[in-house]
Write a protein that binds this ligand. Structure first.
Ligand code: SAH
Ligand code: SF4
Ligand code: F3S
Length: 437
């Protein structure tokens, strides 16, 4: 079909890959991708439902785009991803002009659905889950040129009580090892040498008995693989075997994202996280013993139902003691249909949640900077990712520990190259350095 489309992506890296899959499917069916919304006949928003704020953002954004729809060039507005699976009906009531909602397992139907809408001018949706659908044969249309995300499993079986993911993405399914390796090889052949393996819970990867450490080892061995990352790991499934694979392979990034969510065992139990804080900290200790220079990042939720001041103090203590490189700190957002929404009262006031988040944000800023400063004086290998946003005579890159570093350009160095950079200073969450080789 000879129509143009524009796609906007919200939410996690899984959605980034999914938008690349959608783009590939639509281009394959003859549609043309445009990066200026004014040129588009079709606009698609690939959405996230993880917190209410993410939903509000999409509603505002679509509201803004409405003017274009009225103006004529734009003919179809559609919503993809996680909101359609969660509160699609409510969304449709608020945005009565949308013509399309499609969930994460139904992207192959998009070309036909769009054709149907052009024919009958009616609203269409495809929201079923499909336990077989892994998009193994679809080569994602990459939006990035130095790093590729490759999805290895989809869905989640963990049912943390606060979380919508199991409801909006369905049950876990792992992609075949052959299709992963073949995509990795193709990606490297295209000149992308940094790869991130993705899953909501990568270490529950299980393809006919092949588990994540074995997969990671196989991917690390692919010829031309310079730097390998993966996300997200769940503390309850994290094994020593996985850490040993990182130790064994120089091309696996020395960075690890391991959410702990809360410091209090009572809260962790009510969240259904499947570990105690002691078990979590023992795993951190094991990781640090095996890989002393590893950068560890985490996620935290504040204001979960019933979280007392004492519970919160335990979260503060974990942050102080563990000295994470970075932490993503979220205010609990009650999600419709989840167990915590059904069984607990959202009883921490909005003000108190805000105060708790503010407090740990400031604390973590200081802790993170102390961690960063440890790199000053070191020479580290950096992948050049882009020109710096602030100055076009500088590059932005990432170290082996996944830390951001800014440095002056020199002749003969280009985006996608690996260079040795000496770290000179650290500010906020950023390192600054100079190329030495
Ligand atoms: N699968 C990953 C997390 C995916 S969601 C894991 O289990 O670690 C990313 C983060 O969003 C979570 O780690 C959690 O900190 C946060 N989050 C999820 N649901 C939330 C909710 N209802 N309110 C606030 N934060 C939430
Ligand atoms: Fe959500 Fe828990 Fe699954 Fe992560 S592991 S996606 S937080 S249910
Ligand atoms: Fe959001 Fe869906 Fe990812 S809810 S966090 S985009 S899996």
């Amino acid at each position: 079909m000879n129509k143009t489309f524009y796609i906007e992506t919200y939410g996690c890296q899984m959605n980034t890959v999914d938008s690349e899959i959608v783009t590939s499917i639509l281009i394959g069916a003859g549609f043309k991708l445009v990066d200026d919304i004014k040129e588009a006949n079709i606009i698609l928003l690939n959405t996230c439902a993880i917190r209410e704020k993410a939903v509000e953002r999409v509603i505002n954004k679509m509201g803004q785009h409405k003017a274009f729809i009225r103006s004529g060039k734009l003919e179809i507005a559609g919503i993809l991803g996680c909101i359609p699976e969660h509160t699609g009906d409510e969304l449709k009531a608020k945005l009565d002009f949308i013509k399309l909602q499609v969930g994460p397992d139904k992207y192959r139907t998009l070309p036909q659905l769009i054709k149907n809408i052009y024919k009958d001018k009616k609203y269409h949706e495809e929201l079923d889950f499909d336990i077989e659908e892994n998009y193994e044969d679809v080569t994602p249309y990459r939006s990035e040129h130095t790093n590729a995300f490759i999805s290895v499993m989809r869905g989640c079986n963990n049912f943390c009580t606060y979380c919508v993911v199991p409801y909006v993405r369905g049950r876990e399914k792992s992609r075949s090892i052959d299709s992963i390796i073949s995509e990795v090889e193709k990606t490297i052949a295209q000149g992308i040498s940094e790869i991130t393996l993705l899953g909501q819970n990568v270490n529950s990867y299980d393809y006919n008995g092949i588990r994540f450490p074995e997969l990671l080892q196989k991917v690390a061995e692919v010829k031309g693989m310079k730097r390998l990352k993966f996300a997200t790991s769940h503390a309850k499934d994290l094994s020593e075997e996985l850490i040993d694979v990182i130790v064994k392979n120089n091309n696996i990034s020395n960075s690890f994202h391991l959410p702990f969510q809360a410091g209090s065992n009572e809260v962790l139990k009510n969240m259904n996280r499947g570990y105690t804080i002691e078990e979590y900290l023992a795993k951190i200790k094991m990781i640090r013993e095996k890989i002393p220079d590893i950068a560890i990042t985490t996620d935290v939720i504040v204001g979960f139902p019933g979280e007392t001041k004492e519970d919160f103090e335990e979260t503060v203590k974990v942050l102080k003691d563990t000295e994470f490189d970075n932490a993503f700190m979220f205010i609990y957002s009650e999600r419709k249909n989840t167990a915590s929404a059904k069984n607990f009262k959202d009883d921490v006031s909005k003000e108190e949640k805000g105060r708790r988040q503010q407090f740990i944000s400031e604390l973590q800023k200081k802790i993170g900077l102390v961690q960063l400063k440890k790199d000053i004086g070191k020479v580290t290998e950096v992948l050049i990712e882009s020109v710096s946003k602030k100055r076009d005579d500088q590059y932005k890159g990432r170290t082996e520990q996944n830390r951001i570093v800014i440095f002056d350009k020199i002749d003969d160095c280009n985006i996608g190259d690996y260079v040795k950079v000496k770290i000179i200073k650290a500010e906020g969450v950023t390192l600054f350095g100079e190329i030495v080789e």
